[in-house]
Design a protein around this ligand. Structure first.
Ligand code: FAQ
Length: 338
């Protein structure tokens, strides 16, 4: 891939982040750009107080917000099964997993706030369709096997994508990712363990696992984003060290990693073109239906309307909690000031 320049992008300085006399227009923005570039070249992190180009800031806010929204909307498909978990043990595990996803959303919204984003504004953009969340969460969860397959494939894909983001150039995002990846890794194993248990069960249970795998395989490959030649953000995000690998590289890594896991589990991945290519030392796989991906991203997937409506209802129903918390904080601030 051709490296993009890191300098020459439009940039502004948020108030109070740069000592007086060093703002653009005094020493000139080129010094600030040079410092930003040097930080990236030395593989150091950009921190909230550092100067950064506007486009870097807005790209980071976009990616972090989409990621946060994905974690929060991502609670819904599995949350759907909490009341119907087949045992107390499975219910406790599922509640803990869904709660972890809420926690991931919270770290990520906090990371976006360090860039000057407002959490209420991000939620508003989500519920009004002005910011995206991962396409994968617009598919329904029809049986309990879906809970296991989400853990195995969806958390598996999330880990593949997110482990390199622990080295992302923006400090608060990279640090949030370290903890998130540890938890996602645990989620992936719980999903695989659930599926192993079901595969040792009845023929009907094995059929449920196969059916869930058939429905979630292709959408999981879509999680990595459009092919590299149709990805408008990858080149610049790689040049800035926000992304460390392209969408296609990570998709390939996920396929290679998952094929032996499917064999061990005893399920067939629904792709007749899937086979080891000794020359490439990677698995070949069939074509993803990018028309379906685009339809889902544009809001026309099977569950988009339901997911966003549920998120909006939860936000509206929680207004009194936010008001009570703000009133409580104001009361304590008044007492401390007195
Ligand atoms: N769905 O130019 P690119 C989880 C958008 S894991 C919807 O390639 P970029 C854990 C993209 O944003 C899931 N939209 O963009 C969990 C861009 O939008 P724009 C979340 C997608 O950013 C597990 C446009 O298409 N993980 O939640 C998708 O360089 C189980 C063009 O694409 C993350 O967010 C998609 N699949 O690369 C929770 C990881 N793909 O600019 C519950 C962090 C692309 O038009 C249960 N994010 N788009 O507004 C990333 O690594 C990147 O943002 C990519 C996309 C790789 C997702």
């Amino acid at each position: 891939m051709t490296a993009l320049p890191r300098t020459g992008l439009p940039g502004t300085v948020p108030a109070g982040t740069v000592p007086a006399g060093e703002e653009p227009g005094h020493d000139g923005p080129s010094d600030l750009h040079a410092h930003f570039d040097q930080t990236l070249d030395r593989e150091r992190r950009i921190e909230p107080r550092d100067w950064m180009p506007d486009a870097y800031r807005s790209t980071m806010i976009r990616q972090i917000a989409q990621h946060a929204h994905s974690e929060i909307i991502g609670m819904q498909p599995e949350g759907n099964w909490i009341t119907r978990a087949p045992s107390l043990r499975r219910k406790a595990i599922l509640i803990a997993k869904v709660q972890d996803e809420a926690g991931h959303g919270m770290y990520l919204y906090s990371a976006a706030e360090t860039l000057g984003a407002d959490r209420a504004d991000l939620t508003d953009k989500l519920v009004h369709g002005r910011q995206k969340y991962s396409s994968i969460f617009n598919y329904p969860t029809l049986t309990y096997a879906d809970v296991g397959v989400i853990g195995w494939l969806v958390d598996g894909a999330a880990i593949c994508n997110q482990v390199p983001l622990c080295r992302s150039s923006y400090g608060p995002y990279a640090r949030a990712m370290v903890r998130i990846c540890k938890e996602e890794s645990f989620h992936q194993r719980q999903g695989y363990e659930l599926l192993m248990t079901m595969m040792r069960g009845t023929a009907a249970q094995r059929a449920m696992v196969q059916d869930a795998t058939n429905r979630f395989w292709w959408p999981s490959l879509m999680m990595f984003g459009p092919p590299d030649d149709q990805s408008p953000n990858t080149a610049q995000s790689m040049a800035w060290g926000i992304k460390r690998h392209t969408n296609d590289e990570l998709r390939q890594r996920f396929v290679d990693m998952t094929v032996p896991q499917a064999e061990k589990l005893g399920v067939t991945l629904p792709d007749p073109d899937l086979r080891w290519n000794a020359q490439r030392e990677h698995c070949d796989f069939g074509s993803v239906d990018w028309a379906e991906f685009m339809a889902v991203v544009k809001g026309n997937g099977p569950c988009n309307a339901q997911r966003v409506a549920r998120r909006k209802a939860a936000h509206d129903e929680g207004a009194w909690v936010r008001e009570a918390a703000a009133a409580y904080a104001a009361k304590h601030a008044r007492r401390e000031a007195a």
